[in-house]
Design a protein around this ligand. Structure first.
Ligand SMILES: Cc1ncc(COP(=O)(O)O)c(C=O)c1O
Length: 411
């Protein structure tokens, strides 16, 4: 999150954003820890009517070890989707029982590793569950359910529809129950993640109802995991998930559900974007301002190699020119330097952009750096964390050596 102060200086966590760009160079990812903490607190408060609750941070959104430690310090657990994420979370100090691993389509060997590491596991297909039961007899396991609810801000992040590859179809619950009985499997949790960027509270409630009906089939359930998908504000006027309303309604439904079960069951959610999106800003410099007969381009020193979301999900990221905040506004396409179309924004009104100006791309905390690559043999940016008014380098930019060191030169 970047804000304009009384002296017309853009700041991140109280530090001038231009001074950060000067100190570390651009492109640069900057994260404001206070925003993450505020978001965690807000979500935890929204679900406070549920005594036994756990927020598991979806570390795929932003997996720097320092960010994981921030989450841990607030009592968060971890939602991991690969065994490497599990290992990084353990390095960050999370206990295995605070990590929930929900893979999709991974080899059995990866699941075996997760079993050996002692984390909770959600299995998302009947065949995998059968193989799991044969190999890990007696190990309790959770199941990911596909609720057949098509929802989400973009087709690529709708994960709960009938045609989606995720989860065990809600239509297969009788088969699941038979399998569990025949193989003597202990199902200790049910999980669902319908999609991302869902603002309609009723969609979450509809999914919850289905999940309760599945959970009620298994007397060994210890947790119900509702996944995530809470939509954040990208621009003024956006529909966003009303987490306070969701908290009230889902808490009530959950407490009624546990009342029916007559024993304590843990409530879980696994937000990524909600916790870190707004905390992150990508600072870039305009290399050139290029005018064509049709368009004026602000060409910046970054691209889809650093923030792929606009090209991958058509996501909107608010952009401000922090070097020229009082100038008249003009219309630009903000583009990167990659060898294919890589717009950050189209037809965007910005304070006049001059070569050398620093632009701040907002809501870049989630799925920004973690999806970055060295495409075009360009370096991934450095990352900086702002904590209590001080800035800390938390990952270095790549070097040419980093890129070349992974190549095997056959001469
Ligand atoms: C299984 C699972 N859980 C949680 C998340 C986090 O979603 P969000 O960033 O919308 O909170 C995702 C995102 O892809 C996911 O696939």
């Amino acid at each position: 999150m970047i804000t304009l102060n009384d002296q017309n200086i853009y700041t991140i966590g109280g530090i001038s954003a231009t001074s950060l760009a000067q100190k570390y160079g651009t492109p640069l990812y900057v994260y404001d820890e206070a925003i993450m903490r505020g978001q965690f607190h807000r979500l935890d408060t929204a679900f406070s009517p549920i005594p036994l609750r756990k927020i598991n941070y979806a570390m795929k959104a932003l997996s720097n070890i320092n960010v994981l430690r921030v989450m841990r310090s607030m009592g968060s657990g971890i939602d991991a989707v690969s065994v490497n994420e599990v290992k990084i979370a353990i390095r960050a100090g999370f206990a295995p029982q605070d990590i929930i691993y929900t893979p999709n389509g991974v080899p059995m060997s990866e699941i075996d590793e997760a079993v050996a590491l002692g984390v909770h596991i959600n299995i998302d297909s009947l065949d995998t569950l059968t193989a799991f039961a044969e190999k890990h007899h007696g190990v309790a396991v959770g199941v990911r359910i596909n609720p057949h609810i098509h929802a989400g801000g973009n087709e690529k992040i709708c994960t709960g529809g009938k045609g989606s590859k995720f989860g065990i179809s809600i239509e297969y619950m009788d088969i699941l129950e038979t399998l569990v009985r025949e193989k003597n499997i202990t199902i200790n949790g049910v999980h669902m993640h319908t999609g991302s960027d869902i603002y309609d509270v009723d969609i979450f409630l509809q999914g919850a109802k289905l999940l309760f009906s599945v959970a009620e089939r298994f007397s060994t359930i210890e947790y119900v995991d509702f996944g995530s998908g809470f939509k954040v504000m990208y621009r003024k006027g956006d529909h966003i998930t009303d987490v306070e309303r969701l908290g009230r309604k889902l808490s009530k439904a959950f407490n009624e559900f546990t009342g029916r079960c007559g024993r304590p069951i843990r409530f879980m959610i696994e937000p990524g974007k909600f916790l870190v999106s707004d905390s992150g800003t990508l600072l870039v410099t305009a290399n050139w301002v290029k005018t064509t007969p049709a368009t004026t381009f602000a060409q910046v020193d970054s691209g889809l190699n650093h923030l792929i979301r606009p090209m991958m999900y058509d996501s909107y990221h608010h952009i401000v020119n922090i070097s020229n905040p009082l100038a008249e506004k003009k219309v630009y396409d903000v583009t990167g330097y990659i060898c294919e179309t890589d717009n950050f924004a189209k037809d965007r009104r910005l304070n006049e952009v001059r070569p050398g100006d620093v632009l701040a791309i907002m809501n870049a905390g989630a799925y920004g750096y973690t999806m970055a690559s060295v495409y075009n043999s360009r370096f991934r940016p450095a990352e900086v964390l702002v904590r209590d008014g001080k800035d800390y380098l938390i990952s270095k930019a790549d070097t040419l050596e980093d890129i070349l060191s992974r190549q095997v030169d056959l001469g």
